[in-house]
Ligand binder design. Structure first.
Ligand SMILES: [Zn+2]
Length: 335
């Protein structure tokens, strides 16, 4: 397993982050928890992107007209759902918000390459599943998922006919990913989401989902996990049984956590951990190289939930039984 993280991921914009429920420093907070638990044992399994993604690379998925529109503060404010930032000069907005997202996008590309080599990789940011080729929305600007798949194909790490299993369990429907892969039938989309919240009914996006599981708001954790466990294995079996699956992407939004102001679902911390471990186990037991992305999550618990899942995966993949006795997640203190 590999962990991808950069201190450049955090978003800082002069206190304006308080205008959005998003914890814009959850990436470094999750990282600090993991570093506290694992210490020097993270050395050798952690890597950082060396630069943010460049405009010419973004053009692999995004239109030039859209990238030009990102120079307008008013447009970016709408995509970020932060109306007051429309008054910030573009350069400030770009430096404080969009640049960290370009670092995270490069992180997802690095993590995807690492997953191909080591089986499992987690980027501690990214999962911008609402970003479309020609538009940004829902706090998502760049389609890191689309760009990572494109890069793997260009590099030859993914063969032309290789399939991709995309598992989206963020509370919101991943409409951007559906639009990015609207005509690409090599990407198979499993999407379980709260049907009563943003982005609302996007017919074109929903028609593109291969396994569409809209849930009622506040559905019980037991029903959530039962639905996941009854549907994901069959979805993956049908893919593996009819062709090579070269990559799995798990968009693991923690906005399914109870009390999330945007997610409207009801999972406990233990439920989020169970969900994440189940999905990774399902992908890895079928020998599908897997990338995990944190995506959305708007409570102060979000970074702890991310760290708990990633920490458990690190323990399972790297330290086996030896480290269990020191593992702080075993008890209920963290969760
Ligand atoms: Zn979400």
């Amino acid at each position: 397993m590999r962990l991808v993280y950069s201190p450049h991921y955090d978003i800082r914009f002069f206190g304006l982050e308080r205008l959005h429920p998003f914890d814009s420093r959850k990436y470094s907070r999750a990282w600090k928890l993991l570093r506290g638990w694992f210490g020097s044992r993270l050395r050798g399994v952690t890597m950082a992107p060396t630069r943010p993604i460049r405009r010419e690379e973004l053009l692999a998925v995004h239109t030039a007209a859209y990238l030009d529109r990102l120079r307008q503060s008013k447009y970016v404010a709408g995509a970020l759902e932060l109306p007051p930032v429309r008054y910030l000069p573009h350069r400030v907005l770009d430096w404080c918000i969009l640049r960290p997202m370009r670092w995270a996008t490069m992180g997802t590309i690095v993590a995807a390459a690492e997953a191909m080599e080591h089986g499992l990789a987690v980027n501690l940011s990214g999962g911008y599943h609402h970003a479309k080729p020609d538009g940004g929305e829902g706090f998502c600007i760049y389609s890191d998922i689309g760009l990572a798949i494109d890069r793997l194909r260009r590099d030859g790490r993914l063969q032309e006919d290789d399939r991709v299993a995309y598992i989206d369990l963020d509370a919101h429907q991943g409409n951007g990913v559906c639009h990015v892969f609207r005509t690409d039938n090599r990407v198979f989309i499993f999407d379980m989401y709260n049907r009563e919240i943003y982005p609302g009914y996007d017919g074109e996006a929903r028609d593109r989902i291969d396994c569409n599981l809209p849930l009622a708001a506040n559905c019980h954790e037991t029903d959530y996990l039962r639905t996941l466990k009854s549907r994901l294995p069959g979805f993956l079996d049908s893919l593996v049984g009819s062709g090579k699956v070269g990559l799995g992407i798990f968009n693991a939004g923690t906005d399914v956590y109870q009390g999330d102001p945007l997610g409207g679902l009801n999972l406990s911390a233990a439920g989020v951990l169970e969900r994440d471990l189940f999905v990774i186990e399902q992908l890895r037991s079928r020998e599908i190289p897997t990338v995990m992305l944190p995506s959305g999550g708007y409570t102060r618990m979000s970074y702890r939930l991310i760290a708990a899942s990633v920490g458990r995966l690190l323990e399972l993949s790297l330290f086996q039984q030896d480290f269990c006795k020191d593992w702080p997640c075993q008890g209920s203190n963290l969760l």
